[in-house]
Design a protein around this ligand. Structure first.
Ligand code: GLA
Length: 426
């Protein structure tokens, strides 16, 4: 009997152990190649932009030297098309020898030397979505070991060219295999993006136990329509998605496309604000070498980042959808604070939206408000006092809101101010 109990305890203990790698207690931040650089493998004609070690070293330099790393953008992630079309004689994945002549370990060292982390891409299936060698069930262990030997810090496991039953076996198996390597490797699962259905037929409890983040939905593109489509899908399904997120387990609405060609400045602020409210991973996919100062300011906005990175890790939700095209999003934060996003879907002119904190379910009291993109504190606000925000078409107004008593409280303000290291907040 005792043996049975010990056995059961061991099964339970190892199971729970295997489920928590202790990583990504706040949403991961960094840079990911896919949306901006796709599967450009033409290094002869396009040496600066093709998927090669040069591109990742360039971006690592930028993350380390242009203030990104200090803000939390530490992952530099390879996506599809890095691999050679053939595995090596031992059956291991290998990088394309022309484009990654130094190999992945050397690139990992380069990245680690700069205080950053390296992510890599694989696909549970016969091929990756781009047609490179995939990780079939029999290859899971060897691939996990290879990534660990290379000292990779994160794996995005895509799901092209596999069926539902292979995915059901494969995603948990890779989780175990990564843990078994002994190297902490953040695990991004594309599994739910291949399950679909409305509402999504996805076991989010299980996902939270085996993955650190997961792609729920379609790929982002460099357009406002694409961003809006993703926001709409996430909002529509928020009752299912919101409770699934928490420290170490995040819904992933896909990359930030701020700094590319498709979004206006207002739309860029909207993506940043909504991704912060959704507690989304913040992986930029842009060209950090040529980023304009407007995009940089949005992506490096300390208050937006701090809201995204709040330690409670509670995903926000849409509170209101007005018939006039205004929507209000809200996210509870630590120290009794919260974030509000007033979002306009209008296409005419800045809209003067009138409301009050009381109307947005705030409890009675006085609040201190900081405008995230204006980067300045607003006058004290009583819950019952009506106020007006002017919201640009496809733009946002984003607020950090804290009860004024709490704001004066040292613990609370030091949390916010220290994290942001910004004298403007004091
Ligand atoms: C899928 C993924 C994308 C990207 C491509 C690569 O479409 O969802 O994020 O990784 O594959 O081929």
């Amino acid at each position: 009997m005792l043996q049975v109990l010990v056995g059961l305890w061991l099964v339970f203990f190892t199971a729970t152990q295997a489920l928590d790698n202790g990583l990504m207690r706040t949403p991961p931040m960094g840079w990911l190649a896919w949306e901006r650089f796709r599967c450009d493998i033409d290094c002869e004609d396009d040496p600066q932009n093709c998927i090669s070690e040069v591109l990742f070293r360039d971006m690592a330099d930028r993350l380390a030297e242009d203030g990104w790393r200090e803000l939390g953008y530490v992952y530099i992630n390879i996506d599809d098309c890095w691999a050679s079309k053939e595995r090596d004689e031992q059956g291991r994945l290998q990088p394309d020898p022309k484009r990654f002549p130094g190999g992945i370990s050397k690139l990992a060292r380069y990245v680690h030397d700069r205080g950053l982390k390296l992510g890599i891409y694989g696909d549970l299936g016969t091929y990756t979505c781009g047609g490179y060698p995939g990780t079939t069930l029999d290859k899971i262990e060897i691939d996990a070991q290879t990534f660990a030997e290379w000292e990779v810090d994160m794996l995005k496991l895509d799901g092209c060219y596999s069926n539902a039953s292979e995915q059901e076996q494969g995603y948990p198996l890779m989780s175990k295999a990564l843990n078994a390597t002994g190297r902490p490797i953040g695990y991004s699962c594309s599994w739910p993006a291949y399950q679909g259905g409305l509402p999504p037929k996805v076991n989010y409890t299980l996902l939270g136990e085996i993955c650190n983040l997961w792609r729920n939905y379609d790929d982002i593109e460099d357009s406002w329509a694409s961003v809006l489509g993703i926001v709409d899908w996430f909002t529509k399904n928020q009752d299912i998605l919101q409770p699934a997120a928490g420290p170490g387990r995040w819904n992933d609405p896909d990359m930030l496309v701020i700094g590319n060609f498709g979004l206006s400045m207002d739309q860029s602020r909207s993506q940043m604000a909504l991704w912060a409210i959704m507690a989304a991973p913040l992986f930029m996919s842009n060209d950090l070498r040529t980023l304009n100062s407007g995009a940089r300011a949005i992506l490096q906005n300390k208050a937006a980042i701090s809201i995204n990175q709040d330690v409670l890790g509670i995903q926000g939700r849409r509170l209101l959808k007005e018939s006039n095209g205004i929507e209000v999003f809200w996210r509870p934060l630590s120290n009794k604070a919260s974030a509000l996003v007033f979002f306009s879907r209008r296409t005419d002119m800045p809209y003067r939206y009138q409301t009050s904190l009381q109307a947005l379910n705030y409890t009675a009291g006085t609040y201190k408000v900081y405008d995230v993109f204006m980067e300045k504190p607003m006058p004290m606000l009583k819950d019952s006092t009506p106020f007006v925000v002017s919201i640009n078409p496809s733009g946002v107004v984003m607020w950090y809101v804290a009860p004024s008593a709490e704001w004066k409280n040292e613990a609370m303000s030091s949390h916010f101010n220290e994290k942001l290291k910004s004298p403007k907040f004091l």
